[in-house]
Design a binder for this molecule. Structure first.
Ligand SMILES: [Zn+2]
Length: 570
């Protein structure tokens, strides 16, 4: 089928030919800001301070434009050496600028409480950003030490992370006589043929098992590095580092995990139901994402675009923004050398976001497009903020995307009643993968960090992972021993420890918002406000303004929505 895929137009970000002159301008601006250093003290007037913040903002917008341009060109052409060197050029420019301007946050944190509070009060447009900077003071080390950490990270933890990604992305698999990469292999875990699903998992996990000596060393060093920073900076626990970075309190996340524990049975019920629908005796771990039947529907890009825009009909603003992005800021073509996966990239509030995917015409592809458009809608709505509040914190960032996915799925069920049941199972498979699976990774991480601190071996870690999996699935799923190596292939636990709960947080929040919207159409306004807030306040306060208290009962609403979906499936 002619997929009618489209390409993006990156001209809003500038031109590659002009990079060197842009870099010159950026260095000049950086120098100007550095000159403020001599009279940057706690008696500074709020007017002068705001002027500096605004100049830094202009600089950040310029820098993010060229950095985005280079990275997006690179993702489109990963096999062109020209872009490799440009990417490292941008990375070092970023480190250089951030080191030179680091004095602002370091010095600000040294101000007396009285003066810091005066500035925070007198600059309302930056209130949350400054307040947060002030609160992070207790975790900040001296400027010299911070600089050394920055520089040593380049050859330390950053190199470990690149090593993991370069090493594992080089893995290839021989599947049915063909040599394929991991992304291609993972498609088969959702295949209609049970043998193919089993084979795909076995190839994948055996590859990681065969390389576990290298990968587990990387993991234990990533964890040790995390612990060193935790101790140096005085964080309470390993997960606190992530919570604080997410602008959340430990108690917010504890409540989420408590609610999850109480509701784990929902997923067991679901697997038991799926076992029945598939007509098998026992659901094997290999069958977790098995489709319940073969869907032969295909959609070209124009059709997918039309369906998604129609599904947003009740949300005028969403529809308008998505339509705009689909004109020139989406790249959907399938191309050799293009980075795998899909993403939405927000450069700064001054440029509309960009979306990349490889659209192949199936339902999953359309779902991905709806998801990424959700991110694009979120960025666009929050572009009213300044650059410091433009990006939502990670857990909130997955809310708009999964919210849009939910709207799309519900619309699809109505539009295509013949595949309604399939869609409902796809929806629940997705909910399992985003909520239960991801939260279980974090439960594992908490214990693994403790275990490695106490000199646990890689065998201990495997055992821990496997024991948690057994508990996670209970009697509802038959586990193969190979899955003890599964943790080795989860990039997030290497690259961004404790990140995974953001997926559960985002989807549960999205489901609760959706439930409230179904009960009261007027709640739409509050949803828009949440997305418009970006990170101009903490998630707790942003939600409070929409009448939501982030506690265990609130998380329960998301789980209740899932329970209602199971009823629908029965
Ligand atoms: Zn996402």
């Amino acid at each position: 089928m002619d997929l009618k895929n489209i390409r993006w137009d990156l001209s809003d970000l500038g031109r590659i030919e002009n990079i060197d002159s842009e870099i010159k301008k950026i260095r000049k601006l950086t120098k100007n800001i550095e000159n403020y250093r001599k009279d940057f003290n706690e008696d500074i007037s709020s007017k002068k301070f705001l002027k500096i913040l605004n100049e830094v903002e202009d600089l950040m917008i310029m820098l993010s434009k060229i950095a985005s341009l280079v990275h997006l060109e690179f993702y489109k052409n990963t096999n062109e050496p020209k872009f490799h060197s440009l990417v490292s050029k941008m990375d070092s420019l970023g480190a250089e600028v951030s080191n030179k301007l680091m004095f602002i946050s370091i010095e600000f944190k040294k101000f007396s409480e009285k003066n810091a509070k005066r500035l925070i009060e007198e600059i309302p447009s930056h209130r949350h950003h400054l307040r947060r900077m002030w609160e992070l003071k207790k975790y900040t080390l001296s400027e010299e030490v911070e600089k050394v950490i920055n520089l040593k990270d380049v050859t330390g933890i950053n190199t470990l992370n690149s090593l993991y990604s370069v090493f594992t992305s080089g893995f290839t698999y021989e599947f049915e006589g063909e040599i394929i990469n991991q992304e291609q292999l993972l498609k088969y875990v959702k295949d209609i043929d049970p043998k193919k699903r089993e084979r795909a998992y076995q190839l994948l996990l055996n590859k990681y098992k065969d390389n576990k000596n290298v990968i587990s060393i990387i993991y234990s060093n990533v964890v040790s590095n995390w612990k060193t920073e935790m101790e140096l900076r005085g964080y309470k626990s390993p997960i606190s580092i992530r919570n604080i970075a997410n602008d959340l309190e430990d108690k917010d996340i504890d409540a989420l995990f408590r609610a999850f524990e109480k509701n784990a049975i929902i997923f067991h019920d679901y697997f038991n139901l799926k076992t029945k629908v598939l007509g098998i005796k026992k659901l094997r771990r290999y069958d977790l994402y098995a489709p319940i039947s073969k869907i032969n529907k295909e959609f070209n890009f124009n059709q997918a675009k039309g369906i998604i825009l129609d599904s947003f009909s009740d949300f005028k603003e969403f529809k308008e923004i998505a339509n705009g992005l689909l004109k020139d800021h989406v790249d959907s073509e399938i191309k050799k050398g293009k980075r795998g996966g899909a993403f939405c990239h927000g450069s700064s509030q001054k440029v509309r976001p960009f979306i990349m995917l490889s659209y192949n015409g199936d339902l999953k592809s359309m779902e991905t497009l709806a998801h990424e458009l959700g991110h694009g809608i979120h960025y666009s709505l929050s572009s009213k903020n300044n650059i410091y509040a433009y990006d939502a914190v990670l857990p909130m960032a997955e809310t708009a995307s999964t919210f849009c996915e939910t709207i799309w799925l519900e619309y699809m069920k109505k539009k295509f009643p013949d595949i309604k049941k399939d869609l409902a199972f796809i929806e629940f498979d997705g909910a399992y993968a985003s909520i239960a699976r991801q939260l279980n990774f974090v439960i594992f991480e908490k214990k693994a960090h403790e275990l490695i601190k106490n000199n646990g071996s890689s065998e201990d870690i495997e055992k821990l992972y496997f024991d948690l999996l057994k508990k996670h699935f209970g009697d509802s799923v038959e586990l193969n021993d190979l899955f003890r190596h599964e943790y080795l292939y989860i990039p997030h636990i290497f690259e961004t420890p404790f990140y995974c709960y953001a997926y559960g947080f985002g989807l549960l929040l999205a489901l609760s918002l959706y439930k409230k919207y179904l009960e009261d159409n007027n709640f739409k306004k509050e949803i828009l406000k949440i997305f418009e807030s970006g990170s101009n306040d903490s998630p707790r306060n942003i939600l409070k303004k929409a009448g939501i208290e982030m506690n265990e009962e609130f998380w329960q609403k998301g789980f209740d929505y899932l329970k209602s979906l199971i009823k629908e499936l029965k």
